[in-house]
Design a protein around this ligand. Structure first.
Ligand SMILES: [Zn+2]
Length: 371
């Protein structure tokens, strides 16, 4: 970390164009030179207002998840540790993201605590807000990069609110810009707006609700259909690679354990389904015997580690991808239709939480006041 900070400061001194980013400005623009095809301030303000909230929020959700996947040593080196590295830090970041209003300066600069003119600042009329100056930013940004740069500068200022110092805020801004570099903002925005909708998580939720209304309809093949829908919806929660997500680390961690709950329902139904071939039913029974060894319930971790392929040998799930939730979520050894209904309800409550969070992202707005 020490080395990283030094490098960053050295860059601030030696690089002409980097001086912008070191002062908490945008990273492009070549130090005040004009750019081809610059965006108009009005267009930048509109683009920011409409789209930057989705990009910033979904990046934070993805970043939280990626941070959780780091080793302890990597975490201490990561610029994200100020956002997610201490207990409840994540709650603070998301709370600031929701509460901070943007004071958008259309014809003037933002001012920092030393009275210096800046493109962005947290020295605002109302404490806890963020100032962004489209007046200073627009001439340095071309149309293609404007949204990416403005979103990353916005996150830079949000990280100041959380407590980041200047080099830390710059490092976070750079990390986000790196993830945005090859990303298609249109994909992120559309994904953010649709992830909670009918064609995604909600589709799986509605299907489960329908089955629960009429439990007689619950068969192994019906469960397989909703599992497929769910898997597709989970793919849709990654909005653009793994850097932009519709759900945060905690829910993401629970996907695999709840997938285990679904598997257990499928196995139980398959084992007792007289329409299936005897060989297949035996296979399902064998899985159940192996997974539970007669216990009433096991942790999702044990369940997943005992689950083997159809040849009966290779374990399917790689524990490297397990999060903390595999020990928290329990998988029941189902014995009756009533147990199946209970397990489906357990799954539904998880799906409801995923849907609610994905919708929260889709509905996310930031109050922007133009000054
Ligand atoms: Zn700053």
């Amino acid at each position: 970390m020490k080395f990283q900070k030094l490098t960053l400061m050295a860059l601030c001194v030696i690089s002409f164009s980097a001086s912008l980013v070191c002062a908490g400005g945008i990273s492009g623009g070549g130090g005040g030179t004009t750019v081809p095809d610059p965006i108009k301030p009005e267009a930048l303000a509109w683009t920011f207002e409409e789209f930057a909230p989705f990009i910033a929020y979904s990046w934070l959700l993805g970043a939280e998840r990626n941070f959780d996947g780091l080793s302890e040593a990597e975490k201490t080196q990561s610029p994200l540790k100020i956002l997610f590295g201490s207990p409840n830090a994540d709650k603070r970041v998301f709370a600031y993201l929701r509460s901070a209003q943007v004071e958008m300066r259309m014809n003037s600069a933002c001012i920092d605590y030393d009275g210096v003119e800046r493109e962005g600042s947290v020295h605002t009329m109302k404490p806890g807000n963020v100032c962004l100056s489209v007046f200073l930013m627009a001439p340095k940004l071309n149309v293609a990069l404007a949204l990416k740069e403005a979103s990353a500068l916005y996150l830079h200022e949000i990280s100041h609110l959380v407590g980041a110092n200047e080099p830390e805020a710059v490092a976070i801004q750079k990390l986000m810009l790196r993830d945005l570099w090859y990303a298609n903002p249109a994909k992120i925005i559309a994904g953010a707006q649709f992830a909670g909708g009918t064609w995604s998580v909600e589709g799986a939720t509605l299907y489960v609700k329908r089955l629960l209304k009429n439990p007689a309809l619950i068969t192994a093949s019906e469960i397989e259909k909703i599992a497929e829908r769910f898997d597709r919806a989970v793919d849709g929660l990654n909005l653009e690679g793994e850097s932009f997500s519709a759900i945060g680390a905690e829910l993401h961690d629970e996907i695999l354990p709840y997938r285990a709950v679904v598997e257990s329902i499928q196995d139980y139904l398959c084992a007792g389904d007289s329409k299936l071939a005897l060989k297949q039913r035996r296979e399902c029974k064998r899985q159940i015997a192996k997974e539970f060894a007669d216990a009433k319930e096991v942790s999702a971790r044990d369940y997943l580690l005992r689950r083997v392929d159809y040849a009966g040998k290779t374990v399917i799930f790689d524990p490297r991808y397990f999060g903390a939730a595999v020990d928290r979520v329990k998988v029941s050894n189902l014995r009756s239709r009533a147990d199946v209904v209970k397990a489906l309800k357990q799954w539904l409550s998880f799906l409801n939480r995923v849907e609610a969070q994905a919708r929260e992202l889709g509905d996310f707005k930031v109050t922007v006041s133009r000054i």
